[in-house]
Design a protein around this ligand. Structure first.
Ligand code: NAD
Length: 360
């Protein structure tokens, strides 16, 4: 039976990347029934919202979506589609596999880590008190009663981390490790300084780890983790982090495997899952058939596995890896020099992946 999936082209380079990804997903032989829905800048112009209700309704019905990047114009009052999606669908776990494929120029060729980032809490929860506002003054007055003094000219952001939020993200990391035969989970934190938020995250992580004795568990202070990732990446496997550290380490991971064009992602919740690349809409390359579709294609691999199409997922990943290893039909960012005239476009990269799939 065909899988019904919500397909969101997005804007900027999103539509070209989604088209290339749709073609390789279909070439695996898995059947899809796509429900194409808009989001981002293009629909904002026509409908006054970057995220129409019909798009959300579609995902709630299909429970799974794949999305091209969407632009968030600075200072427009237009909220990020990704933040809206995460909130509306409670997509609490962000999965970011970072694997260095043969043929990519990187100083960290042994990297094969999976970052599991909490998506709903922490300093990202958006609980902020603007400098000079009445709310800010009242909060400082209240803290003053507790003998906590904050300068009058300070802006304040609050960092909530709960047992509920920590438990479900650490469980998600162990579940992933179990399902994909990974050997170890590392929890990253700054519990030595933030005892009641990061400390709680660590305490809960240790409790969850006890329920999974077959998977090794360790913890690392976040600064030490960053240092070790770039000196001994091969020692790391699945890494689970609160929201802000997860955001930063995801980009570190993308850099370690050769750049944003290669880093896939999935946002998973209880009711739905949305797959998308780590990178943004790269608007300066819009319509040029230029950017690398690998990150979105590998997000498609994650989606296939989520849909239990494990064999097709493995085959698609192997075909992408083979095109990258051969190196002759890859986009500009994977060539030794960025102005290499032999670089191919987004759509020709997809053709090469389809040929590899057909040869398997
Ligand atoms: P970006 O990721 O769009 O691009 C930064 C640079 O990275 C590009 O100029 C390009 O050189 C390179 N790059 C990105 N994707 C690539 C690819 N597939 N192949 C080759 N090179 C690639 O980041 P930005 O310029 O900071 O953001 C542009 C817009 O995207 C902003 O509005 C931002 O809010 C939005 N954004 C959206 C998402 C999302 O939809 N998930 C994520 C991040 C940023």
């Amino acid at each position: 039976m065909a899988h019904e999936v919500t397909l969101i082209p997005g804007d900027g380079t999103g539509p070209e990347l989604i088209e290339a990804t749709r073609r390789v997903l279909e070439a695996t032989g898995v059947e899809f029934q796509w429900d194409e829905q808009p989001a981002g800048e293009a629909v904002y112009g026509d409908e006054g919202t970057p995220f129409p209700d019909r798009t959300l309704e579609s995902i709630k019905r299909t429970h799974v979506g794949i999305k091209g990047p969407t632009t968030t114009p600075v200072g427009s009052g237009f909220r990020s589609v990704n933040v809206l999606l995460r909130k509306e669908l409670d997509l609490y776990a962000c999965l970011r596999p970072c694997k260095a494929y043969e043929g990519v120029r990187t100083r960290f060729p042994q990297t094969d880590i999976v970052i599991v980032r909490e998506n709903t809490e922490d300093l990202y929860a958006g609980i902020e008190f603007e400098r000079g506002s009445e709310e800010n003054r009242r909060l400082r007055d209240f803290l003053g009663e507790l003998d906590v003094s904050i300068r009058e000219d300070a802006g304040i952001s609050i960092k909530p981390i709960s047992v509920f939020g920590s438990e479900r993200i650490v469980e998600a990391a162990f579940d992933y490790a179990q399902e994909y035969g990974r050997r170890k989970v590392t929890a990253a934190h700054k519990a030595n300084i933030m005892k009641f938020s990061d400390g709680l995250f660590l305490e809960v992580a240790r409790e969850v780890a006890e329920r999974h004795p077959e998977i090794e568990f360790e913890d690392r202070i976040i600064d030490n983790l960053c240092n070790q990732l770039v000196s001994r990446p091969e020692e790391y496997d699945v890494i689970v982090l609160p929201n802000l550290y997860g955001d930063i380490v995801s980009d570190l991971g993308a850099g370690m495997i050769g750049g944003l064009g290669l880093a896939p992602g999935g946002n998973i919740g209880t009711e739905a899952a949305m797959f998308e690349a780590t990178h943004g809409s790269a608007p300066k390359y819009k319509g040029q058939n230029k950017v690398n579709p690998t990150a979105l294609m590998l997000s498609g691999v994650l989606m296939l596995r989520h849909l239990d199409e494990l064999e097709a997922g493995d085959r698609l990943e192997a075909a992408i890896a083979e095109v990258i290893r051969k190196g002759d039909r890859v986009t500009y960012d994977l060539k030794p020099s960025r102005d290499d005239p032999s670089a191919v476009g987004t759509s020709q990269f997809a053709d090469a992946v389809i040929e590899e799939l057909e040869a398997r």
